[in-house]
Design a protein around this ligand. Structure first.
Ligand code: AMP
Ligand code: MG
Length: 323
């Protein structure tokens, strides 16, 4: 931000999108709704604009950013695209799948975007507001989650403001994010082998079976988040700032109880026990637990299937103590 004005929140209508476009072109910061969580966007080709993301979030500079593009054609300007990459995105772009690919030497990206790695993370989001922006501008958008580094990701404009008010130029309010957890991250190596770096809305096991079905799985491996190459995998992340107890059957005195599948709780992630609904409400539950007057948080067990794997991944990190 160039001055000390408070951050403005505007509706993500034509006028709001036009305003966001001008701010982004001028190198400013705009929080934008996506189908996963709200992103903090800046032009990815400008070192000054990208530096503002790290400053606003207090993000460590070894943690690279995802580059958001319109489509595979734009993605291929930044990564060495491959048949494997094509196959992976066939059913999932636009959508909540990020690919980590070898970076092109001539990629016009600020160096901090890739934190000095020789790979680049790319995603074509599905949310109409993010797509409208990407269609209006020539450059791609670097956009991590729109929250202070290490804390709970935002799934509403209010969550963004709770964390970044006064630190960014504008918030486009497009309502609640549908998916509610960050994108799945899949690294595809030069030899075609691949690896899951972060669990998310896309079921990478299903994608793996698809590869198997079409006979292109010769080298594919799906290793669950073994590598600290994606620092979203840092052990403590998504922190609500209070102790959090997992797989709780009931609340102990003083705990804010986040339930699943009915029964008494302070916030039920999905009374009918649907994991997708639980994912879409997870961060709202953690935000409410964080601001409640309960000193501690307990969370009911969540089935570890489909997007439930992403929920459990985030909860484990939310439960890890901040150092
Ligand atoms: P966030 O946008 O805050 O959800 O974080 C983006 C995630 O993408 C982080 O976990 C990054 O470490 C990861 N990421 C971005 N670029 C790369 C890359 N080139 N290689 C591996 N992981 C990456
Ligand atoms: Mg994040």
């Amino acid at each position: 931000m160039s001055d000390k004005n408070a951050t403005e929140v505007v509706l993500a209508d034509e006028e709001g999108i036009a305003r966001a476009t001008r701010i982004l072109e001028a190198g400013g910061l705009v929080a934008v709704p996506t189908e996963t969580v709200y992103g903090l966007a800046a032009r990815a080709d400008s070192p000054e604009a990208v530096a503002k993301i790290f400053a606003a979030k207090g993000r460590p500079d070894f943690n690279p950013l995802i580059v958001h593009v319109r489509d595979t054609e734009q993605a291929a300007r930044y990564a060495r695209w491959s048949d494997h990459a094509d196959l992976a995105v066939t059913n999932y772009w636009p959508g909540p799948l990020t690919l980590v690919l070898p970076k092109r030497n001539d990629a016009a990206l600020a160096p901090a975007v890739t934190a000095g790695l020789d790979t680049v993370a790319l995603r074509a989001p599905a949310h109409p507001v993010m797509r409208a922006l990407l269609n209006r501008i020539e450059f791609p958008l670097a956009a991590p989650s729109a929250n202070r580094s290490g804390f709970i990701s935002p799934t509403s404009a209010q969550h963004v403001m709770a964390s970044l008010d006064g630190r960014i130029d504008l918030v486009l309010d497009g309502g609640a994010s549908d998916q509610g957890v960050e994108s799945s991250i899949l690294a595809i190596r030069e030899n075609g082998s691949w690896e899951e770096l972060r669990a998310g809305p896309v079921d990478l096991d299903a994608l793996h079976r698809h590869y198997f079905d079409v006979g292109l799985d010769d080298q594919a491996t799906v290793a669950e988040g073994s590598v600290i190459e994606a620092p979203g995998q840092l052990v403590s992340h998504y922190s609500p700032g209070k102790p959090l107890r997992l797989n709780a059957r009931e609340a102990f005195p003083g705990e804010f109880f986040i339930g699943f599948g009915g029964g008494g709780s302070d916030f039920d992630l999905s009374p009918d026990a649907h994991v997708a609904e639980a994912a879409s409400r997870l961060y709202d539950a953690l935000h409410q637990a964080a601001i409640s007057d309960h000193a501690r948080i307990a969370v009911a067990p969540i089935p570890n299937e489909g997007i439930g794997r992403a929920i459990n991944d985030r909860l484990r990190r939310a439960a890890a103590p901040l150092d």
